[in-house]
Structure formats: C-alpha cells, structure tokens
Ligand binder design. Sequence first.
Ligand SMILES: C[S@@+](CC[C@H](N)C(=O)[O-])C[C@H]1O[C@@H](n2cnc3c(N)ncnc32)[C@H](O)[C@@H]1O
Length: 249
Amino acid sequence: MDDYQRIVEKDIGIFIEEHRRMFGFEPEQVKALKEVMACSLDPGRPHAVGDVCCGLGQISYHLKDFMMESRFTGIDISPEQIGEARRIFDGLGLSDRFEFHVGDIYDLGGFRDAFDVTLCWQTLFVLDGYERPVQELIRATRKGGHVYIISLFNEHDVDIHANIIDYSRPSGRSGLAVKYSTYSLRKFEDFCRRSGIESFDVHDFFIGIDLPRPSHGGIGTYTLRLADGRRIQVSGGHLMNWKIVHMKV
Ligand SMILES: C[S@@+](CC[C@H](N)C(=O)[O-])C[C@H]1O[C@@H](n2cnc3c(N)ncnc32)[C@H](O)[C@@H]1O
C-alpha cells in the first residue's frame, strides 16, 4: 500500500463528502474535457468508458448525457467509495449504464483492451510515479481508442515533487504527506510515445471562474488573475499547473 492509499483510508469520510458534493455541479474541468473530447471523438456514438481512480464516479456522472449511448465502468482502490458509488447510481436508476469495481491503477490486468475511452482524472499527480499507471491506462484502451488525463505538468525539463501535509485532516495529523508532482511534459510525452501510442496532444486548463480565498483552514484552493486575464489555481500556496493530455492509442 502506498502513502496515498493510506491517506485515502485515513480521510475516507472527507473523500466521500467532497466527491458526493461534486454530483451537484458540473466541475469546470469536466466542461474542458467535453471540449477536448468533442474535437477527438464522436460523443454520440456508443463507447465503453473506463473511469480509473473514479472516486464515487462523479466525473463520469457529468458525462452521461454528453455520451448518452455510452456505458461507464468506474474503478477505484477504495472499497468504501466503490460501495457508495454503487448505492448512488442504483438510487439514480443508472445501474444499467454504470458499473463499479475495486481495482488498482498499477494493475489493470482484468481490463485489458476493455475501453474505447479511458479517463484518469486528477489523480496521476498524487501517485508514486506515472510510468506504470500510464502503461496500464494505455493497455486498458483498445487500439484506436482514447486516453484522457488531467494532471499537473510544466513545460520545463524538471519534475517537481511537493510533500503536502494537511494538518486539518486526520492523515496530516498522523504525519502522512500527499505528494503533488508537477511533471515535465516533455519527458512525460516521450515516455507515453515510447509506450506505443499513435498521437499525443495537450490542452492547458485555465479555470473560468474566480475562487475566493477560503477563510477556513486546510489546503485552501483559490484563484489569482494573471495580467492577461486568465486565472491560475493556487492550493496550499502551490501552483496547480493543470493540463489535459489526450492520447490516441
Ligand atoms: C483525488 S481523487 C480523484 C477522484 C476523481 N477522479 C475526480 O477527479 O474527482 C483520487 C482517487 O484515486 C483513488 N486511488 C488512489 N490510489 C489508487 C490506486 N492505486 N488505484 C486506483 N484508485 C486509486 C482514490 O481512492 C481516490 O478516489
């Protein structure tokens, strides 16, 4: 078990609460994902969609009308979240289109060539390295299919690893640090291309709304305006350099 899984276990109540809240509004990053998808596939066709590290399936939930002929498979390491996801989607009457499995992004052997579209949303940057997870995402995707990832990347030849200890959470109080890694995009692209993909493109994500500085403790996400009017996200004083990567397999 890596440190991030320990953090999920310690903070499970917070994870479930935060992910549950995301059913109530469409996240800005999902709007951006839809725009990238619309340029790379026909969302109206039936696709098998894999949502790896899905939490409660809150990202896939917001794609259900956009990809109305598609079926979704959510995979997460946390049995508590998978159980809760099944309850939520049963309650919504959506179990015919959504299924959920406990699974590990480091070993997606049960899902070889299973998906036309594979998502890994807001998770790569907290894992211990991207190599194995990216290879597993590619292997889970059928030839001609698509992988969409959102994570933190820079345009330089550097990887940056920050250890974030959030003392407002049980995990932080017990000394556990979540790693926020901002990866060198060039090195990442190089690795993905060597892993046997057909194409690779990147889309900057700049949030479209202002997030005020929160008054409560914790990591405290807010936005700052750049001189050109775009917004950057700051979390715990850390620049969140979000980019959406799209790979054709
Ligand atoms: C930051 S949350 C992101 C959830 C969702 N993708 C989103 O964007 O809202 C990360 C998720 O990854 C899951 N996770 C952590 N390690 C994992 C692993 N090795 N395999 C699969 N899921 C994992 C956690 O349980 C958690 O639900």
